[in-house]
Write a protein that binds this ligand. Sequence first.
Ligand code: SAH
Length: 393
Amino acid sequence: MTYKTVTLKRGKEESLERFHPWVFSGAIATADDTIEEGDLVTVYAHDGRLIGNGHSQIGSIAVRMLTFDDTPIDADFFTRRLNDAYKMRQSLGLQRDDNNAYRLVHGEGDFLPGLVVDIYGPTAVMQAHSPGMHFARDIIARALTMLPGVRNVYYKSETTLPYKAHLDPMNDYIIGGMETDEALENGLRFHVDWLKGQKTGFFVDQRENRRLLEQYSRGRKVLNMFCYTGGFSVYALRGGAELVHSVDSSAKAVHLTDDNVALNFAAEDTRHKSFAEDAFKFLDNMEKDAYDLIILDPPAFAKHKSALRNALVGYRRLNAKALEKIAPGSILFTFSCSQAVSKEQFRLAVFSAAAQTRRKVRILHQLTQPADHPINIYHPEGEYLKGLVLYVE
Ligand code: SAH
C-alpha cells in the first residue's frame, strides 16, 4: 500500500499532537497532487516530523487520522482496533443472554473515525461516513466476522457517504445474509429493520435511558413522542404503565412500534395505542392532564451549526407545548441528539420553556449517551446526546 503525503503549515500540528483526529484543509501547506478521496496519507509537520496516518477526503476535514505513528493501516490494524472495541463492550457486559444489541464501533470514540458498527445478535450493521472507510469495507467486514458471534455483515452507506457518484455507495450484505431481524435489549425483543430503517435500524443509544424510564412508569399514563421503533413504549409497558400512547409522523415507524409491542406483550394487553401524527399537532390537540409521563426524543433539529438558532427555538417550542399540558406531579424525559447543540444550550431552551409556561420544574437526572458510544477525550465533538428528566408540579 502506498501512502500519499500531506505536510502541514507551521503550528498546525499542535492539535494533532494532542491527538485530535482531524486535519482541516486550511492546515495543509503542501500535498501530493495525486491524492484522491479516500487515499491513505501520511501526515508530516512543517519540519518533516511524522505525525501519523489517515484517510483523505474532500471538504473542510481533509484527513481523518487513524494512527499517531507510522503503523500501517492494513487488515491487522482493523483486526486490532475491532478487538479492542469488542473487549471494551464485553467489559461493559453488553453481550449477554438477554442483551445482544449494542454499538461496537463509535467512530472517533473507538479511534476509527468515519466508521460506525452496531451489533444485532449475529449481524453487524456497518456504516461508512468517509470514503476511506468505504474503500476498506471488505477488510473491515472480514475482521468483524472474526469476533465471537458475528456471522453476517450488512453494509449501509447510501445515506452516510458524502455524495460522490464514483464512490458507488451500497446497501447490501458483504458477508452472510438475513438470519434473524430480532435483537434483545435488556430482555426485551425488537425487530430491527437495517434494510429500510433509519441509521442502522435502531437507536441503541437510548438503551440506558429507556431502562431509567421503565423505573418511573408504574401506574403512569405515558406519551412517547417521536417513538420510531417504540423503544421507550415497550420499556414503559414492562415497567407497569397504565397506558402508553406512541406518536410518530411516519406511518412506517408506527407499524414498527406496533410490531415491537406485539412481540413482547400478549394480544389481551390493550394498554398501548399508536398514532401516525405530527408531534406538534398532537400536543396542540391533546387534552390537558391526559398524561403524567411524557418522552420527547425528536430527530436532530440542528444538523449543522448554521441551523443552531432555529433548533433552539424548536426545542423551546416543543418542550413548552408538553409542559403546558402535562399533568401536575409528572415526569418529562426530554432529549436532544443534535451534536451542534451543547448541553448548556439545550438546558437553556428547556429552562425558557419552563419559564414561559410558569410551571414549577426540577431536574431529576441529566442524561447522556451510553458507554458503548464513548467520547474520545481528545475529540469532544463526539458528545451529542443529552437529556433531562424533569419533575413537573
Ligand atoms: N425515540 C426513538 C428515536 C426517535 S428518532 C427511539 O428511542 O428509538 C426520531 C423520530 O421522529 C423518527 O421516527 C421520525 O419519523 C420522527 N419525526 C420526525 N419529525 C416528526 C414530527 N414532526 N412529528 C412526529 N414525529 C416526527
